[in-house]
Design a protein around this ligand. Structure first.
Ligand code: G6P
Length: 367
């Protein structure tokens, strides 16, 4: 078992260190000089152009990939996207239409609710696409088409590298759709392509802050609760950061769309409450800053995550983590790394079973 961990204390840390490779292996076979080639998609350009609506269905972290993909696909490819957790989707009588695509995202390919959602869509004659990590799994076999994420086997219950590979797959899909539908100029495509290629090295560069994050995490081992806030893609990042923290540290944590704080949650902020504010989306930056000011005024301690260069944030936040420059569409891939490390070190600091948190299973094959 120690050998399987390759010298790392836990599978989770080992798998975090495997993220650059997982992203690279998912991207490189599909990213050509001036095109994205996803043969497994099994769709002609004509079929891609005729997509009217996409429904993304998933559970847990994979649903946070779905949330991110909704922002990316809608903005980049201008196709309407709905996202739902599978346990809701399968019972809500979704409206199936012609020229609709249902995308199921699943690491294991065996999650019961996700599989049921897939079958429901198929029964209604809707085209389905699986984004799956485990080759030959049920969802991979039953979906009309499957695009694999190449993260390799993931052992730790809390997903890290499969999540990152899923994000990469969704970026590729979005770029493909956008290109075929004429939504990207050659220059825009080239820029996205070069940003995508740089992601693995940029992820790797973030590992350098591991000691700094461990130190910070050690200050919060006894926290009662925490909040994660953000807008747009930053909201999706906040959702995943919050889930990582709570599932392995057992500290109550909530993610909030930053603009919704004032409708309730802000009453929970007390002196010293940790608020993690994600502010990587340039268009929304001033808005999120004003939310940081709001929680600061109520006594919160604010850890902010933003793009390199935004040193002005230090006027308002108490602790700042910078991520390298990338496309606005891809910031989740970088911002999530410090948040995974934060959850990991809080769990380690509390002496918990990081890889096998209580009550949780790696793959939920019963309803
Ligand atoms: C479980 C795991 C999560 C995962 C979710 C969906 O809850 O602990 O890490 O995100 O299932 O799993 P899937 O295999 O469908 O991605």
């Amino acid at each position: 078992n120690a050998a399987e961990k390759g010298g790392y204390e836990h599978f989770m840390l080992k798998e975090i260190y495997e993220e650059p490779k997982a992203v690279r292996d998912t991207i490189s076979p599909r990213l050509k000089d001036d095109d994205v080639v996803i043969e497994e998609l099994g769709m002609t350009d004509e079929e891609i152009r005729s997509i009217r609506k996409i429904d993304i269905v998933a559970c847990g972290s994979a649903s946070h990939v779905g949330m991110t993909a909704k922002y990316v696909i809608e903005s980049m490819a201008r196709i309407p996207v709905e996202v739902d957790v599978a346990s809701e989707f399968r019972y809500r009588e979704p409206i199936y239409e012609d020229n609709m695509l249902v995308i199921i995202i699943s690491q294991s390919g065996e999650t019961a609710d996700s599989l049921a959602a897939l079958r429901d869509a198929k029964n209604h004659g809707v085209r389905t696409l699986g984004i799956v990590n485990v080759v030959g799994s049920s969802i991979a076999r039953e979906a009309d088409n499957v695009m694999y994420t190449w993260a390799g086997p993931e052992i730790s219950v809390a997903t890290t590298k499969a999540y990152s590979a899923q994000l990469a797959a969704m970026y590729l899909l979005s770029m493909k759709f956008a290109k075929v539908r004429g939504m990207l100029t050659d220059e825009e495509f080239a820029q996205l392509r070069s940003d995508l290629i740089q992601l693995p090295d940029q992820i790797e560069s973030l590992f350098g802050m591991k000691e700094k994050i461990q130190k910070f995490a050690n200050r919060y081992l006894a926290a009662g609760h925490m909040f994660f806030i953000g807008r747009g893609i930053d909201y999706a990042i906040a959702m995943e950061g919050s889930l990582k923290l709570k599932e392995i540290s057992y500290i109550h944590s909530e993610a909030y769309a930053a603009g919704e704080l004032k409708h309730g949650t802000i009453s929970l902020i007390e002196d010293g409450t940790l608020v993690v504010a994600v502010a990587t989306q340039e268009k929304l930056y001033p808005k999120t800053i004003s939310n940081i000011v709001e929680v600061k005024t109520r006594g919160a301690f604010v850890m902010a995550l933003t793009n390199l260069g935004h040193t002005d944030i230090e006027k308002n936040a108490d602790y700042v983590i910078y991520i390298p420059k990338t496309s606005q569409y891809f910031t989740n891939s970088l911002a999530i790394i410090p948040l995974q490390l934060f959850g990991y070190y809080v769990s380690v600091g509390r002496g918990l079973d990081v890889d096998k948190p209580r009550n949780l299973a790696k793959s939920v094959t019963v309803e």
